[in-house]
Design a protein around this ligand. Structure first.
Ligand SMILES: [Zn+2]
Length: 172
């Protein structure tokens, strides 16, 4: 059985059902993510199951999305597809979060024991944004950047192109 995951919910209640949940979360709803992407017109698709681990409720599943980023080699937009598993554990407060073994990723519930999907998934999605996005196939790169005239175009591998930051600023 598949159900739509509500925007705000109480894990305690959903965990009882043993149901698979699906959610379509527009990237534009994730404000911090939108600030990183060149455009945020795509959705994040989440498929999740709840389970119990001792006194905690765990949500695990897979998230899929497509990031639109600026290639740091040619400064043109590029798509970056993500399909990653996640596993998060709900806790009541900071203290409980600190008690957890390191391998768990805690999510802190609000005073009423609820969580909003933006608070639940935003960090998890941002985690998968590549630090230095580049077209995986070099031939896909537009040979540039011509607008910088005689400036050297070689960029050291693994280092962000300083011109990329300039270009990004101009976009906003
Ligand atoms: Zn490129």
């Amino acid at each position: 059985m598949v159900k739509a995951l509500p925007q705000r919910f109480k894990p305690e209640l959903l965990a009882r059902e043993g149901t698979r949940f699906e959610l379509v979360l527009p990237q534009s709803q994730l404000k911090r993510l939108s600030g990183i992407l060149a455009s945020s017109n795509n959705d994040v698709q989440v498929s999740a199951l709840f389970s119990r681990l001792k006194n905690h409720i765990v949500i695990s599943g897979r998230l899929e999305t497509r990031f639109t980023l600026i290639c740091q080699r040619c400064l043109e937009p590029m798509d970056f597809d993500v399909s990653e598993p996640f596993e998060l554990i709900f806790v009541d407060d900071e203290l409980k979060a600190e008690e957890l073994p390191k391998e768990f990723d805690p999510v802190i519930l609000d005073d009423q024991g609820h969580i909003h999907v933006v608070d639940l998934f935003e960090d998890e999605v941002i985690l998968h944004v590549p630090e230095v996005p580049k077209h995986s196939d070099m031939s896909a790169c537009n040979q540039g950047p011509t607008e910088f005239g005689d400036l050297p175009v070689e960029v050291e591998e693994g280092k962000p192109n300083p011109f990329a930051a300039l270009k990004k600023l101009n976009l906003h």
